[in-house]
Design a protein around this ligand. Structure first.
Ligand code: SF4
Length: 659
């Protein structure tokens, strides 16, 4: 059991039963009348899952500080809608705080209908827009807007507020010399740069009184060159305490920084030392978040004095009962967030935005649409294939009360996730296989390993879900049958010996992953972990292996989500992987891959050629079965083009749910 996490705690006047909060995240449901019920249900389910305190996604204090799907606290109808959230959470005994937000230069003019504002007119790398420098009048209005937003939050029933001052948003922009070039009272010296934050806290405190819990989310480390120093960060934390803040929630990195902060390569609890350093210099509670997805790490960090509370966000998408399971000691039943970002962060980074959900929990954010109740009639269901889609289908069907038999041809469960887990920094995928395996057992699903069912056998079920996934596509290139030509599955499954001079045909997600694996060898973990401990990044390992990736177009890493693609590319560059763009492959010879680029003919010497040229559906049975039973083909087995785990799992969930 998690002892430290189970201890009661306090944020200002707010008594909390334990140390597990739910951090703020934008759900893509905000600001839309027809999505309010969904948002209420989402939070209510997390309150039932025993979050000690839920922090909402940000609500903008002014229209200029918002986005197109965000509540704005200066609009009466939005405040009225926001009142529904504490009602829903209180109904089940939970507590909820509202995050007050201003995006500053991260706002997009197309969404807010005006030029974004910021301390100085410095373009943002994310939006590529140059904001307007705020006047003194703008600043005064913004401070008042924060205060008025806090007052409204208190009035409509929120138990606390959190001021967003990290991740490179407005207040963080004022604090940093990177984005604040002002020469007036709100810039220049460190005191000037932190002035607006302190004024915001004081103005809020004046409005809400001495006892109302106020949390400030401050940046512990901007991960931006020439930004706020560690010494200034400590002084800022102390100034916030002095100004009347009840707790500090420590954010890490700006959205435009080039240090991974939330991706799988970040070790669990990787940034806790930053929060721990701040905690030594203040007497109010310190809250931490990044990559705190499992109790064993979080418990130790609290016990060792790095943190007082944890407020992870994504782990609550992956499992609505995150705290309940941890408090009950049910680690095995925890559906762990694997930091893939595929259905959460990546959905907020596309335009138009997609609603946020979760790869390993497709119900997240859609609880209203898919209530977890038993089906009206129990049926016999067969699931063919135990990759991520098949596992999800089997678990969902069993949860709905059906009798489920799961067939897998291989000797292990997990399919593509098992392969993905072998990529450096991707071993979290094994957590998902572990979770599904546990659920199969708890739900009494019959698992038949190394078994290919016959048509006759499958005909005895009411429903058959075909989730056989994909197999590597073998492109029609002369020389593809040569003995040194292999496919990615053979490499990832360890079926063949790896060569020394490697050419990878295909530069999508799998091609890049295989390149990283082979270039990095066994040195991946120490390199990444030493980086996050603030040590010098080791030189790339000197394994005698050359890796060249051959990209058909002028881009590589297509198919990897926006939040992660740059991390993968950065890592490939560090490891010296060569990428040849716009390469049209003509032939594979025993010594080389021969092709053309716009510059002319190219010969890439290779003693091993790895085909990472897409996938093909591996669906059998469907046609023969269709006349005998109800057949549902899902994921890559249905359509291999553009397949990813998020789509495969979602389709599997929906098909199984609807039985
Ligand atoms: Fe975590 Fe991936 Fe789910 Fe996002 S989509 S919550 S990163 S498991």
């Amino acid at each position: 059991k998690s002892r430290a996490l189970s201890l009661s705690g306090r944020i200002g006047s707010l008594e909390l039963p334990h140390r597990i909060l739910m951090g703020s995240m934008h759900m893509g449901l905000e600001g839309q009348k027809d999505k309010l019920e969904q948002l209420c249900d989402f939070y209510q389910e997390r309150a039932r899952g025993q979050a000690a305190l839920i922090i909402t996604g940000g609500a903008a204090v002014t229209p200029a500080g918002g986005a197109d799907n965000m509540y704005v606290l200066s609009r009466d109808e939005d405040v009225e809608a926001l009142a529904a959230l504490p009602r829903a959470v209180h109904e089940v005994g939970g507590k909820i705080g509202l995050q007050l937000f201003h995006s500053g230069r991260y706002a997009v003019s197309e969404e807010i209908g005006e030029q974004p504002v910021a301390p100085s007119a410095i373009a943002s790398r994310i939006t590529r827009e140059t904001p307007r420098a705020m006047t003194l009048e703008d600043i005064e209005e913004t401070v008042l807007a924060f205060a008025s937003g806090a007052e409204k939050a208190k009035r409509v029933g929120y138990d606390a507020i959190e001021i967003m001052g990290s991740e490179g948003y407005l207040l963080n922009q004022f604090l940093s010399p990177v984005t604040n070039h002002r020469e007036d009272a709100y810039g220049g010296s460190f005191e000037g740069r932190m002035r607006i934050s302190i004024e915001v806290v004081r103005a809020i405190r004046d409005r809400v009184g001495p006892d109302y819990p106020v949390i400030f989310r401050m940046s512990g480390f901007d991960c931006m060159p020439n930004s706020t120093t560690p010494e200034e960060t400590i002084l800022f934390a102390q100034a916030l305490e002095e100004a009347g803040v009840d707790a500090l929630n420590i954010g890490i990195g700006w959205h435009e920084s080039r240090v991974p902060t939330v991706q799988q390569v970040v070790p669990r609890g990787g940034f806790a030392a930053v929060a721990g350093a701040i905690r030594q210099h203040v007497s109010i509670p310190v809250i931490g978040a990044n990559r705190l997805n499992v109790p064993e790490v979080a418990d130790e960090l609290i016990a060792d004095g790095y943190l007082d509370f944890i407020a992870p966000a994504r782990p609550w998408l992956a499992d609505a009962e995150f705290a309940k399971k941890i408090l009950a000691g049910d680690r095995a039943g925890l559906n762990v967030c694997i930091a893939c970002n595929q259905s959460c962060l990546d959905h907020t980074l596309v335009r138009p935005h997609l609603p946020v959900s979760c790869l390993v929990n497709p119900r997240a954010g859609q609880e209203t649409l898919w209530p977890m109740v038993k089906s009206h009639a129990s049926r016999k269901v067969a699931v063919v294939g135990a990759g991520p889609a098949g596992l999800q289908a089997a678990v969902t069907a069993a949860q709905r009360g059906h009798d489920v038999v799961l067939y897998e041809r291989e000797s292990e469960l997990g399919g593509q996730f098992r392969m993905a887990g072998r990529i450096p920094g991707k071993d979290e995928f094994y957590e998902t296989i572990r979770y599904y395996t546990e659920m199969l057992e708890r739900l009494s699903v019959v698992v038949k390993m190394q078994t290919e069912p016959t048509i006759e056998e499958l005909s005895s079920f009411h429903h058959v879900i075909i989730a056989q996934g994909v197999v590597p596509r073998i492109p029609e290139i002369p020389g593809r049958d040569l003995p040194h030509v292999v496919n990615y599955a053979q490499i990832l499954n360890g079926e063949v010996q790896v060569g020394n001079q490697i050419a990878i045909i295909g530069a999508g997600g799998i091609g890049c992953d295989v390149a990283t694996l082979l270039a990095e060898g066994r040195h991946a973990k120490p390199a990444v972990e030493s980086f996050f401990r603030g040590q010098q990044l080791p030189e790339p390992p000197s394994i005698p292996r050359e890796v060249t990736v051959l990209a058909r177009s002028n881009r590589y890493g297509n198919g990897i989500g926006r939040s992660t693609r740059w991390v993968v590319k950065q890592e490939m560059q560090r490891l010296g992987v060569r990428v040849v763009m716009e390469f049209q492959c003509r032939e594979i010879t025993p010594e080389a891959v021969v092709g053309e680029t716009p510059e002319g003919a190219v010969v890439i010497p290779a003693d091993q050629v790895i085909l990472c040229a897409g996938q093909e559906s591996a669906s059998h049975f469907a046609e023969q079965l269709a006349e005998r039973v109800q057949v549902h083909v899902v994921g890559g087995a249905r359509e291999s083009k553009g397949i990813n785990a998020a789509r495969a799992i979602r389709e599997a969930f929906e098909a199984a749910y609807q039985i």
